[in-house]
Design a protein around this ligand. Structure first.
Ligand code: GDP
Ligand code: MN
Length: 336
């Protein structure tokens, strides 16, 4: 027989999960995780929190995307974390790699300059592939095609609070297109010419710009210059059809033609944020104030009643919302 320390817990000690709720209504939505095989520990940590805090109840599916094939070990470990559907996809090569239209000499010179100037990820080609893919391709992937809404989750993030309602239904019912938890300033050195191209695009396509846009979030001088504010895209809950729509598609193609994903280091965060702010109505951009979230080095910790309601475990005094480097005040100001 077993030694005492190995006595198994008898089956009748286990309680059924009474919190599993059968939703009468669900959105057509999925989680999207872009990761490498080496991101397994970090994405398991993020996904376990998503499951415990939200998805154990709501059972939304997951799409995992990678520029290489996922290993069997990766898939087994991920599937073990959920009873929801999980799909694993490979990104088509031309959606990921530097296009042949890019002048590699010019691109590599710019990478060297950025390394010299200590620009974060300044020397990395894979990081640029990732930013371009997230800007203009993830929503076209065949596994993502069938969905209307997505929630982007990265490795090693924290979710501090219970999410006891369905944020996808909020997006759908309230006609929102983009949801965020943290906003901040971009590094100017990564987007030197981006705003000039944005202005050219607006001039050439004035009809695509929403009359009730959120330009005030992006610019302090009526659109003349970019104030560097953007929504932090490691957390996103969004409407895939918005990215697939005419305005954003033309916008992305225009930016892609300029080559700035490689000649500079344009991030998907400013590109998404500028797209959402210009082509949606400002009240279609939603601040998920009740979702406690951390991606190093910043966190959004819900305050007061929200902290209590969500049973959040973050320290409420540790909250990025109105720190000097946050742009949330500019978002607020649009609605005051
Ligand atoms: P940071 O948040 O800007 O520091 O960048 P991350 O390293 O977190 O990358 C952003 C997201 O893209 C994360 O979900 C990463 O797992 C993913 N990612 C970054 N580079 C690659 C890559 O080369 N291949 C794949 N498959 N995913 C990547
Ligand atoms: Mn990250």
């Amino acid at each position: 027989s077993n030694p005492p320390y190995k006595t198994p817990v008898p089956e009748e000690y286990y309680k059924p999960d009474e919190h599993i709720y059968q939703p009468d209504r669900k959105a057509n939505a999925t989680f999207v995780m872009l990761v490498r095989n080496s991101d397994l520990p970090g994405i398991m940590s993020s996904m376990k929190q998503v499951e415990d805090r939200f998805n154990r109840k709501f059972q939304y599916p997951y799409v995992f995307l990678n520029d290489e094939a996922f290993t069997q070990n990766f898939k087994d470990n991920i599937q073990a974390l959920t009873t929801a559907q999980v799909e694993f996809g490979i990104i088509p090569s031309d959606h990921w790699h530097q296009p042949s239209s890019i002048d590699e000499e010019r691109a590599s010179k710019s990478r060297e300059d950025m390394v010299r100037n200590n620009v974060i990820y300044g020397g990395s080609v894979p990081y640029r592939n990732m930013c371009r893919f997230n800007s203009g391709f993830f929503y076209r992937h065949e596994l993502v095609q069938k969905y209307r809404y997505y929630w982007r989750v990265e490795p090693d993030v924290s979710f501090f609070c219970d999410v006891d309602y369905d944020p996808f239904l909020v997006m759908q019912d309230q006609n929102k297109v983009y949801g965020f938890t943290i906003s901040l300033y971009e590094y100017q050195a990564t987007i030197e010419t981006l705003w000039g191209h944005v202005k050219s695009f607006i001039n050439a396509n004035p009809d695509l710009v929403s009359p009730e846009n959120a330009m005030e979030f992006l610019s302090d001088d009526g659109g003349e210059s970019y104030n560097l504010c953007h929504f932090w895209s490691n957390f996103e809950i969004g409407d895939l059809d918005f990215w697939r729509g005419e305005a954003y598609s033309k916008f992305f193609d225009y930016l892609d033609e300029q080559g700035g994903f490689y000649y500079e280091r344009w991030g998907d965060a400013p590109v998404h944020s500028i797209g959402a702010a210009l082509f949606a109505k400002k009240d279609q951009i939603h601040f998920f104030n009740d979702i406690g979230y951390r991606h190093n080095p910043y966190q959004h910790c819900p305050q007061g009643g929200l902290h209590q309601k969500g049973r959040c475990w973050c320290d409420p005094t540790h909250n990025f919302d109105y720190e000097w480097y946050s742009c949330l005040n500019k978002y607020d100001k649009m609605f005051s």
